[in-house]
Design a protein around this ligand. Sequence first.
Ligand SMILES: [Zn+2]
Length: 405
Amino acid sequence: MTVIGLRGATIFDATGREPRRADVWLRDGTIGEIGGGVPAGDGDALDLDGHTVLPGFIDAHAHVGLLSLYGQAAWSDAEQAAYVFRNLRESLDQGFTTLRDLGGIDGGVVKAIRAGLVEGPRVLPSGQILSQIGGHGDMRPRASDEPENPSFGCGGLVRNHALCTGTDQVRAAVRTQFRRGATQIKMFVTGGVLSEGDPLDVPQFTVEEIRAAHEEAAGHGSYVTVHAHSDAGLLRALEAGVRSFEHASMISEEAAQALKRAGAFAVPTLAVDEVLASDPASWGVPAHLLDDLDDLRDSQRRSVRMLFGLGVPLGSGADLIGVEQRSRARQIYLMAKEIGLANAIESATRVNAELMGLAGRVGTIETGKIADLVVYEGDAAVDPEIIGTRPPAYVIQGGRIVRRP
Ligand SMILES: [Zn+2]
C-alpha cells in the first residue's frame, strides 16, 4: 500500500466547513484519515506547516485543443498534438486535476493520458461543438460556399465544430461525438463575441433541435451543456430540457429565476475575458469587437453576482484558448472578487464536480474520495492573491505527487 501523510497544513475541504488544521493521510490513491493522531512512521509524510491543502481544481470549461482563433487549419497534426499535451501538463502544474473540455478534444486524448503516455488531468471531452449554419461555430469565410467548416485537428486528438441543420443532423452529430468518446455534448445556442454575423443576443438552433440533442444525450446517460450569453437562446434550451449553461453573461433576472426553478447550473467564464482583453492584437481580435468584449466583461460580472444572489449553483470555467494556457487559476481569483474566495474555490471544486456527475469521487477533501489535491504555501483559503498570482507548491493526482516546489 502506498501511503502519504500531509502534516500540519490548513485544510479547506470545500464542503462548506471552515478551514481547519489537520493531518491528512492518503492511501492507495484515495483520501484516508483526516485529523491528528496518526502515528509517525506510517508512510512518507510531507511537513506542510504554513501551507493550505485544497481539493484539486476542476475547470468546467476548458479548450486545451483550440489553439488559435483563426489559423489552426494551417498547423501540422504534430504541432497541434504537442501543444495539446503541453496544455494538459501545464493544467496539472496550475493545480487542475480535472478538466471538462468543452469543444475540440476527442476521446483519443483521454486514452493517451490513461495509458500514462502523457501527463494530464482527468479529461472529460466533448468532441465537436454543435453549431448551426452561420452560428458561433461556423468558421467558414463568409464568401465561401464550402459545405463544411475548414477542417483542422486530427481524428482522436482535436476536431473542428460540427455544423448541423434539423433534428436528424443534430441527432447524428450527438451520436458521433459519443462514438468518439465524448462524455457530454456542447452546443452553441446564442451568438458569441469572436465570430462575426451572429450577435450575442441572437438565438441559435430551434427548441426542437436542442431537444433532439438533449434527448440523445440523456439516452446515453449524459447531458448537453449550452453556450448561452443571452436570454432568447438560453430560454429555448431551458424549454428543451437543458440544465447546464455556459457563460450566462447577459442573463436577465427573470431568466436567472427560471434557471433557479429548474435546478439548472450556470458556469461563468471570467478568465478568458481577461486574457483576450490584455493583449487583443496578439489574439487577432478585430478592433471593432473590443467594445463588445468590454461590455461583456461588465455584464458577466453583474450576472455572476445576480445568479449567486438567487442561489443558482455556479460552476467555474476559465474558457482559455490558445497555446499559452497558463492562467487557468485566474478564474478562481476573478470569481472571488464577485462571490468571495471560499465560494469561488467551492465553485471550482465541489460544484464543478456536482455538475459533471463526479461528486462521489472528487471535488472535496473527504475520506474515500480520490486523492486529487492542491497545496499552496500560505493562507490560500483566505488571501485570493495566492491562488490568483502564484503557482501551487504541490499538486497531487490520485495520491501521486505530480508537482513539487
Ligand atoms: Zn468556450
